[in-house]
Write a new protein. Structure first.
Length: 284
């Protein structure tokens, strides 16, 4: 039975800019074979293998800081960037955030060491709180990656509890991620909000695929989780998504700097999109 520690409570006290409550952040321990890397999925998600010493380790449950008092949530670099005006609004909506999390699972507790449930809830809270964050935090991108990671963690939980509908919740998050990733691309193009300035765009914690990764995921998530009931709309959305992915495929022909997996995934996705569009009789 795995008993070795995978995280610790930091010594430095954090003060919440929303409610002024104080708490200590939980941090993931690294090294010692805790993270036994497995395959990379077509969503650029690194899977980790169970070990006898540490059991199941889910690095993605820790990146979002959550105040255990008011449930304000943000990534570490952004936690203190909330403006006083927006902080006041978030303080007033504390009850709404707590009820939102309670609706997922009544046992979620941010005063103790995190489990998968707290990890999922942390991203749900981030999705809500980033609606109030300034543009310098690239809030739309933060919402996009939060929705995607929440979907991944829901599927991890589904494997442990297949009768509790976590796979259904995962689909909800994936559809949100598809929406937000498309918005990130649009906002970057029209100059209204930039994610590039953040530097590391993930989407997971092991590799930074940059804005090319954002372009790829905008296409991949639309292909896998976009609406499929309206054939005309499906065709139009796929055409647009395919043109976005084509940028990576085209650049890959003349550049050796592209991460190998990203280029190969993009080529495969580009082909699959064309095949579906051909079946639909849509000119590409």
């Amino acid at each position: 039975m795995a008993t070795a520690k995978v995280s610790f409570i930091g010594k430095n006290t954090v003060e919440c800019p929303v409610c002024q409550g104080e708490f200590n952040r939980e941090e993931l321990l690294t090294g010692g074979g805790r993270m036994n890397a497995g395959d990379l999925t077509d969503e650029l998600h690194r899977q980790y293998l169970t070990t006898a010493k540490f059991g199941d380790v889910f690095p993605l449950i820790y990146p979002v800081t959550v105040c255990p008092n008011c449930y304000y949530a943000a990534y570490v670099p952004d936690f203190e960037k909330i403006t006083p005006e927006k902080a006041a609004e978030l303080k007033q909506s504390t009850g709404d955030r707590k009820n939102m999390v309670k609706n997922i699972d009544g046992d979620i507790d941010f005063t103790d060491l995190r489990t998968l449930k707290e990890g999922i809830a942390s991203y749900l809270l981030a999705l809500s709180c980033y609606e109030k964050m300034p543009l310098e935090c690239a809030p739309t991108f933060r919402q996009a990656v939060s929705a995607l990671r929440a979907g991944w963690l829901c599927m991890d939980y589904h494997l442990k509890a297949p009768d509790q509908n976590w796979d259904y919740l995962a689909q909800v998050f994936y559809r949100k991620a598809a929406f937000f990733y498309a918005m990130v691309v649009e906002l970057e193009e029209n100059g209204k909000e930039s994610a590039v300035s953040l530097g590391n765009l993930g989407p997971d914690i092991d590799n930074n695929y940059g804005f090319d990764g954002v372009l790829y995921l905008a296409g991949q998530l639309e292909f896998k989780y976009g609406q499929k009931t309206n054939v005309y709309e499906r065709g139009e959305r796929l055409k647009k998504a395919r043109s976005i992915v084509a940028r990576i495929v085209g650049m890959g022909k003349s550049s050796k700097s592209k991460p190998g997996p990203l280029l190969e995934f993009s080529r495969s996705l580009h082909k699959l999109m064309k095949e579906e569009l051909d079946e639909m009789g849509v000119d590409v």
